[in-house]
Design a protein around this ligand. Structure first.
Ligand code: GLC
Length: 500
């Protein structure tokens, strides 16, 4: 890894003309979320979380995941984990070894073709994924006789789970829009595609990435209570108990039975009661495939940060804004929707030079815009504002979960491109928690820490925990017992072909 650069830049607005300075102040007004506002957002978040536990169509879905135990570090066995991310599809074979909390992993990544995300024919999606699993097996197991492997499928979209091996897609998020899937159980067509290929795998659980992240972190850290993704999307899962989930009362399970809940709180405040929405957020929402949904996610997640930033610059450089921003420059690249992603903002925020020469280069290279020094100052401030707002608002979710559960000390396992790669994100989030809870000590009692690969190791651990549950004869939250019956081994030819 390259050495981390500490940004040394102090920044000076001395030579920024008055009209741009006023504009920067206006942006600060729109994008700053003061401590008091964070508290108000958190309190409303607690009430929406509670409502989601009461009924199925609450403002935040609060989906029970049927993950009903934490790992203790002694899980063993070999499992497949399949992660259908936004950009890549990853197949992992995870072996949980005898040494407590350790594992071996082999994995292959496949590019998720862009056109699959909006195809009219969902079969194309399931066939593509099954083909990737087939390639993985052909590559890693040619010539072997293989016992079918239990597989955890990380499907990171809101799904109603009546059981761990069942998941009805509530709605697509993160720009996906594949016809005919919403409202149906994704296990059925996917399993059919696997069966058609006679693959030696048995899908035993559907896992949200947040739940996987929590479980993967819990494998080595018993103080974890929450799993969080700050990535293309923004969402969390936490561990609750049945007694606190009125909508599960009818199941007749004991109150103290644990249940991991996938909050799906990207949809927090769709009614826009407390979130400080700007006109730019409204445009992002209006032009997305699902307007009116995922209000919080659209202000905080990696998929949208670059777009919010771009929309502000488009607005300020329009002739009627009368600011002279990017005067006489060709703005056609800037005007292209979603042409900037959050890594563009990261690069701006990482520019260590007083004269922002790296940002100047970036604008030239990626957008063919030759920026002036005052313009660069506005650009830098805008990136800081968009990035800081995202960190502060999303951490209100962490605060809300802890407040609701009365947790005063715990770890939150976190993953996702924004968390791992966006500069200062962690510090800004920690600062937000300090302001919400009024901590002044040297060590924060609630800490958001990097997690182990939740969609790989987490999904494998959940497959292991589910299998263990069935071996103990506990079938609650399992739809089809047949999946857990031992199946005959399958011979894989030297050329990778599956022989029955
Ligand atoms: C979106 C999805 C959610 C996922 C999150 C992070 O919010 O709806 O299921 O956990 O993105 O990937």
């Amino acid at each position: 890894m390259p050495p981390r650069r500490t940004p040394s830049r102090r920044g000076s607005l001395a030579d920024v003309p008055k009209n741009l300075l006023d504009q920067i102040k206006e942006l600060e007004r729109q994008f700053t979320v003061p401590g008091e506002k964070l508290k108000e957002i958190t309190d409303h978040w607690v009430s929406e979380l509670e409502k989601g536990l009461e009924k199925d169509d609450g403002p935040i879905p609060q989906n029970p995941s049927w993950v009903m135990a934490f790992p203790d570090g002694n899980e063993t066995g070999t499992y497949l984990a399949l992660d259908m991310g936004g950009t890549n599809l990853r197949v992992c074979e995870v072996t949980l070894v005898e040494e407590k909390g350790e594992f071996d992993i082999i994995q292959s990544k496949y590019r998720m073709p862009e056109e699959l995300k909006t195809t009219d024919d969902q079969e194309e999606l399931w066939n593509y994924i099954a083909d990737c699993v087939q390639q993985f097996i052909a590559y890693h197991h040619a010539g072997e006789t293989m016992e079918p492997l239990p597989m955890g499928f990380t499907f990171s979209y809101p799904a109603t789970q009546n059981a761990i091996d069942h998941g009805v897609l509530q709605r697509w998020t993160k720009g996906f829009d594949i016809a005919g899937v919403e409202g149906t159980d994704v296990v059925i067509p996917f399993e059919a595609a696997l069966k058609k290929r006679n693959l030696p795998v048995e899908l035993t659980c559907i896992v949200n990435d947040t739940v996987g992240t929590m479980i993967a972190t819990a494998y080595t850290d018993p103080t974890v209570r929450i799993g969080h993704i700050f990535g293309t999307g923004c969402n969390a899962a936490y561990i609750d108990n049945i007694g606190h989930i009125p909508k599960l009362k009818h199941m007749g399970l004991a109150d103290d039975v644990p249940m991991a809940v996938n909050c799906e709180y990207g949809s927090f405040d769709n009614a826009h009661k407390v979130l400080p929405i700007t006109p730019y957020d409204r445009i992002v929402d209006k032009e997305s495939p699902r307007p009116g949904q995922q209000a919080m996610e659209k202000m905080t997640a990696g998929l949208y940060l670059g777009e919010i930033f771009r929309l502000v610059l488009c607005d300020l450089s329009a002739p009627n804004a009368d600011l002279g921003l990017f005067k006489d420059q060709d703005l056609k690249h800037l005007q292209k929707q979603y042409s900037l992603d959050s890594s563009f903002l990261s690069m701006i925020e990482e520019d260590p030079f007083e004269n922002l020469s790296e940002t100047h280069e970036l604008f030239k290279k990626q957008l063919s815009i030759d920026t002036t020094k005052p313009e660069l100052e506005l650009i830098r401030r805008l990136a800081e504002l968009v990035g800081t707002r995202a960190a502060r608002i999303s951490h209100c979710g962490v605060a809300a979960l802890c407040k609701m559960k009365g947790w005063t000390e715990c770890h939150v396992g976190a993953d996702g491109s924004v968390f791992t790669r966006y500069p200062h994100f962690k510090q800004r989030g920690a600062q937000a928690l300090r302001e919400i809870f009024g901590w002044t000590g040297r060590k924060d009692p609630i800490e958001v820490i990097p997690s182990e690969d939740g969609s790989g190791v987490g999904a494998a651990l959940i497959a292991a925990l589910t299998q263990k549950r069935t071996e103990e004869g506990i079938w609650a939250g399992i739809n089809d017992r047949e999946r857990f019956r031992k199946k005959p081994a399958v011979k894989i030819g030297e050329d990778g072909s599956i022989q029955s």
